[in-house]
Ligand binder design. Structure first.
Ligand SMILES: [Fe+2]
Length: 197
């Protein structure tokens, strides 16, 4: 199953903006697989996004789409995320989560999706907000699909996946991530087909 499509010919241009602004960055820093790897992660509001991306927000409204999570991620070169689902909760079931990711300054990042083997399960831990989620070991999963994720895309982040940066020209990768609610993966592929590559 393919859980990634590049976005093309969207009727708006997503414009990157400074989500972190005057924030104390320490507050939003997360460690990844090793101490050397850091991700900045911050939720932001639709209203803030609208200042810079009115056309996109209008498009969301016009299409009667609903968002459940809006988040900015900035990851360092060679950063790699462990295997996880973006959804909060501790189930081995795959529950679709459809995201539009608008990606900037990304040159050699790959994402791989996995299927967990029967009779194994994830390891419980608390995410940055203190919610319980599972993370998974590669050894207990089989690869479904791998792709580069260096440009705007639609993904299913409800299925186990990782994210692995390369050197990335020595700069941080930026991702503005919008999770839709009330729409599953197959519906999204059909609904947005004119924008998928
Ligand atoms: Fe993720």
């Amino acid at each position: 199953m393919k859980y990634h499509y590049k976005l093309k010919n969207l009727p708006f241009d997503f414009k990157p903006f400074d989500v972190m602004k005057n924030d104390n960055l320490e507050k939003f820093k997360k460690r990844n697989n090793t101490e050397a790897q850091t991700v900045l992660e911050k939720s932001f509001s639709l209203d803030e996004c609208k200042i810079y991306n009115k056309e996109f927000i209008d498009w969301i409204d016009d299409n009667k789409l609903e968002l459940e999570d809006i988040r900015y991620f900035e990851s360092e070169p060679f950063c790699s995320y462990h295997l996880h689902k973006d959804l909060i909760g501790v189930s081995n079931e795959d529950i679709d989560q459809v995201k539009f990711n608008f990606i900037f300054d990304s040159f050699e990042t790959n994402m791989t999706w996995y299927k967990i083997r029967a009779s194994t399960k994830g390891e419980l831990y608390l995410n940055s907000q203190g919610y319980p989620i599972y993370r998974y070991l590669k050894e207990t999963c089989d690869i479904i699909f791998t792709t580069d994720v260096n440009s705007h895309c639609m993904i299913n982040s409800g299925v186990i996946h990782d994210l692995v940066n390369g050197y990335n020209n020595g700069i941080n990768r930026k991702c503005y991530s919008f999770a839709f609610s009330k729409i599953n993966w197959n519906e999204s592929v059909e609904r947005f087909k004119e924008f998928l590559n």
